[in-house]
Design a binder for this molecule. Structure first.
Ligand code: KG4
Ligand code: ZN
Length: 363
């Protein structure tokens, strides 16, 4: 049972969140009445750009270099001292383990020194619950989580109650954007660059496959699409002309869009029968920044008479406000973790699901 945030004690709750699981070092302070008092994010893009992707060792060192300053900044902007906190939350996984260790150790130290409870938050739970912070969305809802590392459809029925409806059997959608952008000679990170390149392009010029089209279920696949683009690029004169690049980018984006909307449509159809009480679809993760994808999902939700919620971009991509909020949701239900919590490189939201990814890699 969810305890209602009615009492003054619960309303006054205030939590520091720390996020270090990938290439953003972040700290934020959030209150139970949904106020973000501070939200500081330091992107390591420049450190990783020469390598065309995130280098775990570089990421861990950068987190270590910056985390103390970022926490101090978040506390100062919030105008509070450590003594004012109700608890301290940090991403406990899944993610690049070196970075996760930095965040967890920092949060544990603050919690131990100031005698505050500590919460290890599942990074995916942070994404999953963001729409409750930004838009006060009530349970249950359908979540489409689309980022560089994840591509999942989940039914969110409560804090800690997640059912995996589908996930990618190969690449995450953001990963497909990044790799395809690289093939097209676009800069890192590829998603935003590819979206920009696609703007002037013809999405119908190249006939690319729509992965999983017509197949039952909600799993995703993007590696075939990526390979199809590679074969086209190999047949073209390189470096690609401006026109070829734009048309390929637009055609790829259209194929991703159709494929994603198709899988989400299957989820909505299934839920209409099994869970008619679900009336909201929430999108989260960096790929949710893509306007073409947002438009397709908006249209899909209108068709099923669903409310479509897309949190503001700064809260869709990795940040610490979502970690503070997820920690707060758990804390006000009476939950906390002990200081011997061990960071987890893998941590599925739905431990009961034998995910498509595990099935695929086990073959
Ligand atoms: O959630 P996020 O900031 O980090 C994690 O992966 O956890 O997502 C980053 C991913 C990258 O793969 C990036 O290329 C993709 O989101 N992305 C986009 C766009 N903006 C970011 N993909 C497509 N279109 C965009 N506008
Ligand atoms: Zn993320």
């Amino acid at each position: 049972m969810e305890r209602k945030a009615g009492s003054a004690r619960v309303r006054a709750m205030i939590i520091l969140g720390i996020e270090t699981s990938c290439d953003e070092t972040a700290a934020a302070v959030v209150t139970a009445d949904r106020r973000i008092l501070s939200n500081v994010v330091l992107s390591q893009l420049d450190e990783h750009r020469p390598y065309g992707g995130v280098v775990p060792e570089i990421a861990a060192r950068a987190h270590l270099d910056h985390i103390d300053r970022l926490v101090a900044e978040a506390m100062e902007q919030a105008g509070i001292g450590f003594g004012d906190l109700s608890a301290v939350a940090a991403t406990g996984g899944p993610g690049l383990i070196g970075g996760v260790i930095v965040g967890v150790m920092t949060a544990k130290a603050i919690a131990a020194v100031h005698g505050k409870p500590f919460l290890a938050v599942n990074h995916l739970e942070g994404h999953a619950l963001t729409a409750r912070l930004t838009d006060d969305v009530a349970f249950p809802y359908l979540l489409l989580l689309v980022s560089g590392g994840h591509c999942q459809l989940l039914l969110v029925e409560g804090v800690g109650r997640y059912s995996l409806l589908g996930s990618t059997i190969d690449d995450a959608v953001g990963e497909a954007f990044d790799k395809t952008a690289k093939m097209l000679g676009l800069s890192y990170p590829g998603g935003p660059a590819l979206e920009r390149a696609a703007r002037g392009g013809d999405p119908a010029r190249f006939a690319l496959p729509r992965p999983m089209a017509g197949r039952p279920g909600c799993d995703f696949s993007f590696s075939g699409l990526k390979t199809a683009v590679r074969h086209m690029v190999e047949k073209m004169h390189r470096p690609l002309s401006e026109k070829n690049r734009a048309d390929l980018a637009a055609s790829f984006q259209a194929a991703v869009c159709d494929s994603m909307a198709g899988r989400a449509r299957n989820a909505l159809r299934g839920l209409s029968r099994s869970h008619p009480e679900v009336r909201t679809m929430v999108v989260a993760g960096g790929v949710a920044a893509n306007q073409t994808i947002r438009a397709a999902l908006t249209e899909l939700c209108a068709e099923f008479d669903y409310r479509f919620v897309a949190p503001p971009m700064a809260l869709c991509t990795d940040n610490a406000a979502m970690i503070a909020w997820a920690g707060l949701e758990r804390f006000r239900l009476g939950q906390a973790d002990t200081l011997d919590f061990a960071p987890r490189p893998r941590w599925p939201l739905d431990p009961n699901a034998i995910s498509a990814q595990i099935r695929a890699t086990a073959q």
